[in-house]
Design a protein around this ligand. Structure first.
Ligand SMILES: Nc1ncnc2c1ncn2[C@@H]1O[C@H](COP(=O)(O)OP(=O)(O)OP(=O)(O)O)[C@@H](O)[C@H]1O
Length: 337
């Protein structure tokens, strides 16, 4: 019996337990394309993880292996301690929400009917399914009385995307897989949809794996970010602050840099709400000090220059807190809110 499964069950009582675990997962397509190579990845319950990387690096393949739209060539994938290959693929997929860029709504059915499909599939009565669908539309910010009776072509791209999210949530699945969910809309709507989803996720606490090619989206949305390189190699897996602040190698550094991720540090001022208390911090942990109001870049640079996990922050002569990589993450997120 393999210890991976035992471990996931053993820690399934505590917080931060593993919800999705990929161990040595690989995918080689029949034509010989090695899309994913020896991938190890763990996603905790309630965590939002972004898979990011350049085109063709195996992100979608990885996502589709989790719900068995694609079968892995090697390795093992578990959800909540259960090997997905032991489960009926259709039943498995019903328990996993799936949101894709081309939302995939039925064009000749009303919006409400599109969302009702899922509860009906579960054997709910029509009245219950309708009520649930209306509630979900309202949840994703679409007034069900207004938009429910419309057809998909009568909605904007962003609204269609919201319907896609509502439908994916209809079965109340613990796990949500999202493949470029905000890709098909313009940048302004995109940011709005990202915000809405983050707000929703704060209430719902789903375990989410989200694929994007956009590093800005990844650092904004993800609790953790998995940076993929060519051939489905996991180049780095860490918090946005770690990925932005300490790229694991030249590839990550170039990828993050080329997509302007780091520039955000230069335009975000350090504010009091991003700080952790100074209580309990020892002198050895501190890397110098910076003044409140300097850029995150300046604060982070000071931290890295001193090779310390945090930097003290001054207001006048007084130390008012410390900035950690997680604080940088919080600051980056709030700066975009
Ligand atoms: N059915 C298939 N048969 C052969 N090769 C495939 C197949 N599907 C995908 N590939 C190849 O596998 C690699 C990974 O593809 P995948 O779609 O997972 O990448 P991705 O990172 O999601 O890319 P993108 O961001 O462009 O969507 C690519 O080289 C792609 O051409």
């Amino acid at each position: 019996m393999d210890t991976t499964g035992a471990a996931s069950r053993a820690d399934s009582d505590g917080p931060g337990e593993t919800m999705i675990r990929l161990s040595g997962v690989g995918k080689t397509y029949p034509d010989g394309t090695a899309a994913v190579h020896e991938l190890d990845l763990e996603v905790r319950r309630g965590e939002l993880v972004c898979l990011v990387g350049p085109s063709g690096c195996g992100k979608s393949t990885t996502l589709k292996m989790i719900n068995r739209l694609i079968e892995p060539s090697t390795g093992r994938i578990e959800i909540d301690g259960q090997d997905v290959t032991d489960q009926d693929p259709v039943a498995l997929r019903r328990g996993i929400g799936y949101v894709i860029q081309q939302v995939g709504l039925f064009p000749h059915q009303k919006v409400i009917t599109n969302v009702m499909t899922v509860p009906l599939l579960y054997g709910e009565s029509k009245a219950t399914a309708r009520a649930r669908a209306a509630e979900l539309l309202d949840t994703v910010g679409l007034d069900s009385a207004t938009y429910g009776p419309r057809y998909p072509h009568q909605l904007s791209g962003g609204q269609r995307q919201r319907v896609g999210v509502a439908r994916a949530l209809a079965a109340d699945p613990p796990v949500l897989l999202m493949d470029e969910p905000f890709g098909a809309v313009d940048p302004v709507v995109r940011v709005r949809l990202q915000d809405e989803f983050l707000r929703l996720q704060r209430d719902l606490g789903k375990t989410v794996v989200l694929v994007t090619h956009d590093i800005d989206e990844a650092v904004r949305m993800g609790d953790r970010v998995a940076v993929f390189a060519e051939g489905g190699r996991l180049a780095q897996y860490g918090t946005p602050a770690e990925v932005l602040g300490r790229p694991a190698d030249d590839f990550v550094s170039d990828f993050v840099g080329s997509t302007k991720g780091l520039r955000r540090l230069t335009v975000t001022p350090l504010a009091r709400e991003h700080l952790d208390p100074v209580d309990g911090v020892t002198g050895g942990q501190l890397g110098g000090s910076v003044a409140l109001g300097v850029s995150l870049e300046e604060a982070l640079a000071e931290m890295l220059r001193r090779d310390k996990p945090m930097v003290a922050v001054r207001e006048g002569a007084r130390i008012v807190g410390v900035l950690t990589p997680d604080g940088v993450h919080r600051a980056l997120r709030s700066s975009l809110a």
